[in-house]
Design a protein around this ligand. Structure first.
Ligand code: ATP
Length: 330
């Protein structure tokens, strides 16, 4: 469906001169600096997948998306969407593509929301019946009626994002590229957008590539995540196995009823404590905090081990925050 085969992108930027008349000299300079923004990336996204594409600022995400949408031409390598080259067969590819940029709208700023849909329907040759049927559906799912007549510039950010999503879906594309669709939104608005995205992926079978800095978006929506770092793919797999690969510890807080004894090999700063999968990090009164690597010890064994220390009253387990996992990859 979406295919990138060893794509690279180099940008050549003029070297800015220092000193007096620097601007003028830069204008006539022949010196260029080459920046390799994407350094030979390959991946394949199948129909109906929901894939997260993440990486630190400047890693090359937008450059990749621009190559996939045909806005930029790869310096080398090959891209195809539904078997077509987005640069050469732009018209056909665009008909099957919806794009949402959280940072800017594709709607007409001064026009009422509904007028933008009229223009887009004409641009994509969507007939009247299809337009009305789809808008009816989106109006319900995204609650668009409340601001149907409002000029786009007067919409709240959450409303604007909902209006933009409907716009991207109006011509019923099979593939969606979403760039930060929840940026700046409050908890409720994020939840609504995520609910809609999940629905169009699961019920309508849309293939979605999502770029975001919000790790909750990734955890809640994506089956698969690709991490780009300094222009190269550093991970491509499930969110679950990314957690496992990184192997950050799960935090366990256990309260004992009555006396308990921590075996020496699990004690806080005990020599060799690094070698065991379970380490006590603090013990205050009857409450003990423990770090455990779940790759090395399963839940049942953890419970059995703790049961040997004393009579258990309460246990709380906290898996590592996905945000922390990602920091490890970056
Ligand atoms: N038109 C351009 N000309 C020169 N350099 C560019 C151009 N576009 C991007 N770059 C450079 O390429 C690198 C990758 O940029 P890109 O915008 O793809 O990163 P990103 O992962 O999308 O970052 P962010 O999360 O900040 O949006 C950066 O170093 C950026 O400065």
């Amino acid at each position: 469906m979406i295919e990138a085969h060893n794509i690279r992108k180099e940008f050549k930027t003029p070297v800015v001169k220092e000193g007096r008349f620097s601007g003028l000299r830069t204008l006539f300079t022949r010196e260029y600096r080459t920046k390799e923004a994407v350094r030979g990336i390959s991946f394949q996204v199948e129909q109906g997948e929901f894939v997260g594409y993440i990486g630190p600022n400047g890693a090359g995400k937008s450059t990749t998306i621009k190559m996939l949408t045909g806005i930029l031409h790869p310096t080398s390598g090959r891209v195809s969407i539904g078997g077509m080259n987005p640069h050469k067969e732009r018209r056909s590819v665009v008909n099957n593509l919806g794009v949402v940029f959280g940072q800017r709208s594709q709607l007409w700023w001064d026009l009422p929301v509904k007028d933008s849909y009229d223009i887009l329907a004409k641009m994509y040759s969507v007939d009247q019946a299809d337009k009305e049927r789809r808008l009816g559906q989106f109006a319900e799912l995204l609650d668009l009626q409340a601001f149907w007549e409002t000029p786009v510039r007067k919409l709240s950010l959450g409303q604007r994002m909902r209006a933009d999503l409907a716009a991207a879906m109006l011509h019923d594309p099979g593939v969606l590229f979403l760039d930060e669709p929840t940026i700046g939104l409050d908890v409720n608005a994020k939840r609504n957008i995520r609910h809609f995205l999940k629905l169009i992926n699961e019920q309508f079978g849309k293939t979605i590539l999502l770029t975001t800095h919000d790790m909750d978006d990734i955890e809640q929506l994506c089956n698969r995540v690709m991490v780009i770092n300094n222009g190269e793919l550093s991970y491509d797999g499930t969110v679950r196995s990314l957690r496992d690969t990184i192997g950050l510890p799960t935090l366990i807080t256990v309260t004992f009823r009555g006396p308990f004894a921590i075996p020496e090999q699990f004690q806080k700063a005990g020599e060799g404590s690094r070698a065991v999968p379970l380490r006590v990090t603090s013990a205050v009164d009857n409450t003990v905090t423990i770090e455990v690597n779940r790759r090395e010890m399963n839940t049942l064994d953890i419970f059995k081990e703790l049961g040997r220390w004393g009579e258990l009253d309460d246990i709380d387990m906290e898996d590592p925050d996905f945000e922390d996992v990602i920091h490890k990859v970056y």
